[in-house]
Design a protein around this ligand. Sequence first.
Ligand code: MN
Length: 192
Amino acid sequence: METLAQHLAETLKALRAQRKWSLTQAAEQSGVSKAMLGQIERGESSPTVATLWKIATGFAVPFSLFITPPSRSPAVTHFREGERPPFRQQNAQMRVTPLADFDPLLGFDLLAIEFSAGAFSESSPHAPGVTEHVVVISGALEVQVAQRWYSLRSGEVLRFNADVPHAYRNNSSEPVLIHDLIHYPRADETAC
Ligand code: MN
């Protein structure tokens, strides 16, 4: 089985080939440097979650594409634990695991995200119309949306338009587990 770095490399190369974008064009679209994109394509870099999000937004693809291939689900799909590899950030503050494969007709990602004690992660704006639902499963998390901080406890949900700068912070001494349901609008929904 290929490693996550290899999967990232293949996915980025395939996307760039589909779009017929040079590294320079991909850098302009994503806001990620040419040097970094080149390193990812050679499997030499472990990007952060924030960097992967910039690339996903620049190419208008779901975040989970960089971890697991999308699929059209049959009527019933049982997604089991451990089938999809987690994406671990190098500083180990964040671990992201898709709980289900992305289905293009349904248009959402369902991610489990673990933040270690003291973790802080800033996200650049996602594409217009992208909505996040942060569902706290265990622990307490603070989420910043457009300059304002929201304190969430387990069982609580924050739904927000994610096309603005936002951030996640675990100020507690315990790890936090959340589920993040990210809805992506279809191209025909953003046209008007
Ligand atoms: Mn986000």
